[in-house]
Ligand binder design. Structure first.
Ligand code: F6P
Length: 356
């Protein structure tokens, strides 16, 4: 058995832990040959791969990023060769030429769409859900999320002391795309006074009222805003559009937008910090190391049993799998009846909702 592994889309903490687990489990339990494909699907379009043996994955469990490199623009189904045809068939020929029997594809939503495309071309594929955004369907957790939340919590702790010293309104903008998971859990873990999510459009006046009340009592206000959050009757703030990316829209900047909108409405100074890619870098938390290892091991089991075209998921505390086709192209948002939203409101936090 000869299996290729690749990491696609944005990086996130825990990718190396999955690569290690898949590689070691396939070598130890199935005597398989494992090949690492470099820079995601780009390594199939412009062939770049290398063998992965046990020594190659030694010491990478706690390492951030991905030893294979990644790419968030190369989609072989929308990447055209000299003859004008997409290069997906060429990528399949490359796999056949290398004697690769199947792929373990570690990635987020965009990567799973491409993986599903290869499955339809007859390539046996197992997907492993990666994203700090935690927005993949059918899995309660993707690895990388816990590490991102830890960064947000620590950042809020740091912003809180400077906010308190100056009596300021401090805004921290998290990542998360169209889902508010990082903002919600990061905001709760970091003790934010106001948490603003894409799922609940906010009222600037309601947020300003919280700040004014806190000015006269506690003095400072800590706001955690997800990059996809937006005010009522306003669009999401777009940082960039990358024409050649499978997912061209890059959100970002709503923290700064809110800072400017709030400043005239409150007495204290308002400052905004965009946490950005700091949330994606560095070493995975112990939780993510364990989750990534469980996912990698489960992916290896699916490969061994020939259970292809599925994505590994965590449901409750059980590692299982779902058909790739049921994941691709969908996104999992924070449901409005999520217990953490009720807890936030019960504790007197604001979710930026206007008074009724
Ligand atoms: O999907 C992961 C993520 O970090 C999002 O939270 C964020 O919006 C996006 O990727 C940033 O993408 P890029 O690294 O291309 O700027």
């Amino acid at each position: 058995m000869h299996i290729g592994i690749l990491t696609g889309g944005g990086d996130c903490p825990g990718l190396n832990a999955v690569i290690r687990a898949v590689t070691l489990a396939l070598i130890n339990e199935a005597g398989a040959t494992v090949t690492g494909i470099e820079r995601g699907f780009l390594g199939l379009c412009r062939p770049a791969m290398r063998p992965l043996r046990a020594p190659d994955v030694e010491g990478i469990l706690s390492l951030g990023g991905t030893i294979l490199g990644t790419h968030n623009r190369c989609d072989p189904f929308h990447y055209f060769g000299a003859d004008g045809a997409d290069v997906s068939a060429q990528a399949v020929t490359t796999l056949q030429r290398e004697g690769i029997d199947g792929l373990v594809v570690i990635g987020g939503d965009g990567t799973m769409v491409i993986a599903e495309g290869f499955a339809r071309l007859g390539v046996p594929v197992v997907g492993v859900p990666k994203t700090i955004d935690n927005d993949l369907m059918h899995t309660d957790r993707s690895f990388g999320f816990d590490s991102a939340v830890a960064v947000v919590a620590e950042s809020l702790d740091r912003l809180a002391t400077t906010a308190k010293s100056h009596g300021r309104v401090m805004i921290a903008e998290t990542m998360g795309r169209y889902a508010g998971w990082i903002g919600l859990e990061g905001g709760m873990a970091g003790g934010a006074d106001v948490i603003l999510l894409p799922e609940l459009p906010f009222s600037v006046e309601a947020v300003a009222e919280v700040c004014r009340q806190r000015e006269s009592r506690e003095g400072d206000t800590l706001i955690c805003i997800a990059e996809g959050a937006h005010a009522l009757n306003q669009d999401q703030v777009v940082r960039a559009r990358l024409a050649d990316s499978p997912e061209p829209v890059r959100l970002g900047g709503v923290g700064q937008w809110l800072s400017q909108a709030l400043q005239p409405l409150v007495g204290s100074e308002v400052r905004s910090t965009q946490l950005g890619h700091v949330q994606r870098g560095g070493s995975p938390t112990p939780f993510d190391r364990v989750l990534a290892t469980r996912f990698g091991y489960h992916a290896a089991q699916l490969v061994r049993s020939g259970d292809f075209n599925r994505m590994v998921v965590l449901q409750g505390d059980t590692c299982t799998s779902v058909p790739l086709a049921s994941v691709a192209g969908q996104s999992r948002k924070v449901p409005l009846d999520h217990p953490l939203l009720a807890a936030a409101q019960g504790l007197g936090l604001s979710l930026g909702q206007p008074r009724v």
